[in-house]
Design a protein around this ligand. Sequence first.
Ligand SMILES: [Zn+2]
Length: 295
Amino acid sequence: MGCTRSGLDRALTAYRLWESCAIPGFLYGTEAMVISKTTVKELEKIQHSVGSFILQLPQSSSQVMGWMEAGLQPIQQRLDTKSVLFAHSLTAGKKDPIIKAVVDATLADLTDPWTKRVQAILEEAGIDNLVNISKRMLKRRMREHHVSQLRQAKSDHSSLRWLTEPKEWFKLQVHINDSKQCAVLNQVRAGDAGLGNRRPNHLGLTYKECPWCSAIGIRVLLNELHVILDCPGSGHARRATGIDVFLKVRLPLMTEHAIMIEFLGGDGANVETMMLRGDWTLTVLEEWRLAIAQL
Ligand SMILES: [Zn+2]
């Protein structure tokens, strides 16, 4: 963090404030309630703004980026885990006989909205009951279920095809900071580098195919991989930076798709290396933008 300058890193600060102050406040006492879908949606919208701020991404970027790269677990998942753990704490251990009677009556009443919700969460997560399971195991099962939900959400977004899974789920990823190098890499990971293939670019134009290549009679789909690794329109910058060498030493061994994943951090490169790749990416995108502006 703070590799580019001294002082607080805004990404880390926002993450800490959100997780340590805002979330505990929002979710206080919710383990005993049924929260409506509308409220969850509203809270998720706010969380998405925080995630976009942390990652320096436009609001239009996928929510999955905030969940995976910024480590902000979806609100519904947080609520579900709280409710299930609360139900477990009520059923386990020694208790006052009166409290136990109330709990047993509530959990046996399948018309009770809270009981219904807890049962639905357990069913969805493939957990049979709360009686023969330890708290630790329950937490693990919920987490595994939630991770698989996010894997599914990621695979539903073709724009996230170069995004690597978090090294540690539900934590701010170590390569995230508030630098401009990190911003551009996040945009590329999100498939949202402002090329004009998803929404209008800096010239207010949108394209399906690369406009630079179209101008010389080559029809090729426009996306971040094309501009960073392939397009002749950004060729000079690619050779002037380390991208060309990065690409050439790997091409005999893997596909460009796999090279792109490695380049964006899938190879586990350290923060300094990622900053350098961020600089290279900025240079290549800049050259391509200038080139298409002159068409
Ligand atoms: Zn091109």
